[in-house]
Design a protein around this ligand. Structure first.
Ligand code: C2E
Ligand code: MG
Ligand code: MG
Ligand code: MG
Length: 280
């Protein structure tokens, strides 16, 4: 590739660029068709109390039942959906499905105390969100909204803080997602009084090898606790990580060590088999 002449190189890049534009356009069209055809759904990943290993809730994550590519994860479509200004549609669909599935779990005798959904900034500023929420009978603490750091970045943004207060007053918990990947200070974030802080897997994964990273995670947990905020570790891939996080005082654990995200049916099967009990 590098050895190509100038002209060939130019052609190579234009062709590549054209191919990329065509692919993006195709995926964009497929996303819009998929929304029409109800191809998007929620999958669920369990969260556990670090001390007792009891199931405390699930995170609902969008999945695309693509007509000929199988089940696709958000890395395949979220960026394009954001450019298309339709990410808020996924948030709406996932919340709706999660609330329906919560009732279906209850009907099967499966107790899922809490459902967390990811909420984009577009959705947070979408008035129809509040129209939907006011029609729901929400039991306080049963639903949680995960928001990434950048949404909180501009503390002076009165719309954001006003909407956060409205959400809290409806009995919905606020969680800060992917903590550690943004540029916000932990203290200013925690002043917003979220219910939970989710420590990003980039911070969680090195805790066994690196004493410094371990100390960092311990400090984050301590600061959160001093402000009465619970902590969730993301990306817990091994039981060694789980044991260390428990030692560091982390409240909740989520990750492949326990389960990958699963469809409603697979999640039910797993809970009924209680596969994860072997870890406690
Ligand atoms: P997130 O909210 O931080 O969700 C956690 C992601 O980490 C999920 O990826 C999950 O499958 C993955 N994960 C969980 N445990 C492990 C682990 O032990 N190791 C590793 N390597 N990964 C783990 P997923 O489902 O592909 O979602 C990616 C991101 O897409 C989410 O990150 C979230 O930012 C976004 N997303 C997902 N669903 C929605 C949605 O409904 N609305 C919006 N706005 N964003 C969503
Ligand atoms: Mg999340
Ligand atoms: Mg996260
Ligand atoms: Mg993440």
């Amino acid at each position: 590739r590098a050895k190509a002449t100038g002209r060939n190189c130019y052609e190579f890049f234009t062709q590549n660029l054209q191919a990329e534009v065509i692919t993006t356009k195709r995926i964009a069209d497929e996303i819009l068709a998929g929304l029409e055809n109800d191809e998007f759904t929620a999958w669920y990943q369990p969260q556990f109390c670090a001390r007792t290993m009891e199931l405390t809730g699930v995170e609902a994550l969008v999945r695309w039942n693509h007509p000929n590519q199988g089940v696709l994860t958000p890395d395949r479509f979220l960026k394009i959906a954001d450019e298309l200004n339709v990410v808020q549609m996924f948030d709406r669909i996932v919340l709706e499905k999660a609330l329906q599935d919560k009732m279906r779990w209850a009907a099967r005798g499966i107790v899922v105390p809490k459902v967390s959904v990811n909420v984009s900034s577009r959705r947070l500023n979408d008035e129809t969100l509040f129209e939907t929420l006011t029609t729901l009978a929400i039991v306080p603490g049963e639903i949680s909204f995960e928001l990434i750091e950048s949404i909180f970045l501009d503390e002076s943004d009165t719309v954001v803080s006003h909407n956060l207060e409205r959400i809290k007053s409806l009995g919905i918990d606020i969680e800060i997602d992917d903590f550690g990947t943004g540029h916000t200070s932990i203290v200013s974030l925690l002043k917003l009084r979220p219910k939970r802080l989710k420590i990003d897997r980039q911070l969680v994964q090195p805790i066994l090898e690196s004493q410094q990273e371990r100390a960092l995670v311990r400090s984050i947990i301590e600061i959160a606790h001093s402000l009465d905020v619970d902590t969730v570790a993301e990306g817990v891939e091994t039981f060694e990580h789980a044991a260390m996080l428990r030692e560091l005082g982390c409240d909740l654990l989520q990750g492949y060590a326990f389960s990958k995200p699963r469809s409603f049916e697979d999640f039910c099967t797993m809970v009924q088999a209680a596969e994860w009990r072997k870890v406690s």
